[in-house]
Write a protein that binds this ligand. Structure first.
Ligand code: UDX
Ligand code: ADP
Length: 463
């Protein structure tokens, strides 16, 4: 079994960059990324590389491979038909209706894909789960294929993605590991695993390609994200203790991070974690644990989310409290809207929730983010359904210039750790703000001493 043609269903933050790198590193494999969203596909194909996903280094990868062996298309059926291997890389949001509402993963897009694959396939396929999925989703796929299958054979593999946005290309070029889960008990299962190992082995050393059974692979992805998110909630819990004791969370991170058993990464206190994965995956884990009757396990992981929500709330409430217990009619400048630097992704960004709380207190929010388009800010706020579209429009403005955003503001809230924020002319910003000029640094990126010397009143998370 050899993979010569790949189809990836879903041209989003995972499918787009991952397939671009596979195509770049495997010039002999034809890689077609398909999506129902024509606007997205057009952007992937745009002549001036205005790609729908912003990732450092991505443009160069696409330049290398697009038109050679990398294609973006809306022709879902024909791409499935001609492929030997199909990656499923569609979104799996948290369910917002019915059973498991607010916790379980919504598998409707996955099921649709499976049905579509079953409906059009005329040759044997390897079907690869790339999206993060609840453990045992592979058995759902198997069931659909067995019941609808057109007499061709499907091998199902799990190959979860561990890339982090903002460093996706680095992570894909030099992954810590690649995980492939498959069915060892059958010959075709073993062959399918070997075929996918061969694809990655074009650039990833064999010892970094781990193979497991399908369920371990599916659960490993949830476990990895749960552990990472738990570290952030743990350090954030300490950040609050620091604020009451005179300890400094950055010093604590350094002190504990030098313990080789703990390691130094993912110990940065913040206004809370965001992104499409952590919250969704932990909620999903909680749901799975509850479904299995493991209430203590469910409660344990749920606390990671509760603490994260608390961190966002207390940041917003601290702004209100510090601005003399009212922000009504006051302009609060948001520097950053993305959930982390070096991405244009805003899913679950803490900025959305902090803005929501402040708008409820009748604040006027002005937003500047180097990569997030204005319309996305309103999409995010409207999605919460806290108030009407018109009300959001009148409460929030966006600017394409950081100095306009800060002009006549009562306070600045730093919501994303974009590097450029450190290089601003803070003296000039001080002069154009209303006094006293407050800065609330939710990312600990600004030199507190320097800003205090200028005259700002600075609050930094965790100190
Ligand atoms: C995460 C996982 O890291 C990745 O392996 C998985 O494939 C997808 O989910 P991602 O959400 O893209 O990746 O970014 P990540 O770097 O993990 O950051 C998530 C959130 O945690 C961001 O809001 C970030 O600002 C925050 N964070 C991260 C902290 O607050 N402190 C830290 O020390 C690290
Ligand atoms: P992720 O971060 O997991 O990549 P995204 O939402 O960025 O999630 O991307 C998922 C993509 O999958 C979207 O562009 C969506 O249009 C696409 N998609 C969902 N279902 C299907 C389907 N049945 N066929 C093709 N594309 C799909």
């Amino acid at each position: 079994m050899k993979i010569n043609k790949i189809c990836c269903i879903g041209a989003g933050y995972v499918g787009g960059p991952t397939m671009s790198v596979i195509a770049q590193k495997c010039p002999n494999i034809k890689v077609t990324v398909v999506d129902l969203n024509k606007e997205r596909i057009d952007a992937w194909n745009s002549e001036n590389y205005e790609l729908p996903v912003f990732e450092p280094g991505l443009e160069n990868v696409v330049k290398d491979a697009r038109g050679r062996n990398l294609f973006f298309s809306t022709a879902v059926e024909s791409s499935i038909q001609e492929a030997d291997a199909i990656f499923i890389s569609v979104n799996t949001p948290t369910k917002n209706y019915g059973i498991g509402k607010g916790q379980a993963a919504d598998l409707k897009y996955i099921e649709l894909c499976a049905r579509q694959i079953a409906a059009v396939s005329t040759t044997n396929k390897i079907v690869i789960e790339k999206s993060t999925l609840p453990v045992r989703t592979a058995s759902t796929l198997r069931n659909i294929f067995d019941n609808l299958g057109p007499g061709v054979h499907f091998d199902i593999l799990s190959n979860p993605e561990f890339l982090a946005e903002g460093t996706a290309i680095e992570d894909l070029h030099a992954p810590d590991r690649v995980l492939i889960g498959g069915d060892y008990t059958t010959e075709s299962g073993r062959e399918a695993i070997a075929a996918l190992v061969e694809v990655y082995n074009n650039w990833v050393p064999k010892e970094k390609i781990l193979t497991t059974n399908v369920w371990s692979s599916e659960l490993s992805k949830l476990a990895a994200n749960a552990f990472l998110a738990q570290r952030i909630s743990s350090i954030n819990a300490f950040s609050e203790i620091c604020e009451h004791t005179g300890a400094d969370i950055n010093e604590i991170s350094k002190a504990i991070g030098t313990d080789s058993r703990l390691g130094s990464k993912f110990l940065k206190a913040s206004v809370g974690f965001g992104g499409s994965c952590f919250q969704k995956d932990i909620l999903n884990l909680v749901y799975i644990a509850k479904s299995l009757g493991l209430d203590s396990v469910a409660d344990y992981w749920e606390q990671v989310i509760i603490l994260n929500d608390h961190q966002k709330d207390r940041f917003a409430l601290n702004i209100v409290k510090t601005l003399y217990n009212t922000v009504s009619g006051k302009k609060i400048a948001f520097l950053g809207w993305a959930f982390k630097k070096d991405t244009n992704d805003t899913r679950e960004s803490p900025a959305i929730y902090v803005a929501d709380t402040l708008i409820n207190e009748q604040a006027k929010i002005a937003v500047y983010d180097p990569k997030v388009p204005s319309k996305q800010v309103y999409v995010d706020l409207n999605y919460l359904q806290s108030r009407s579209i018109e009300e959001n429009k009148s409460a929030v403005i966006t600017e394409s210039n950081p100095y306009s955003v800060c002009n006549q503001a009562h306070a600045i809230a730093i919501m994303t750790e974009w590097d450029e924020f450190k290089d601003y002319d803070w003296q000039k910003i001080y002069e154009i703000m209303l006094k006293p000029a407050f800065v609330f640094d939710g990312r600990r990126i600004i030199d507190k001493e320097k800003l205090t010397e200028i005259g700002f009143k600075v609050y930094s998370i965790g100190c």
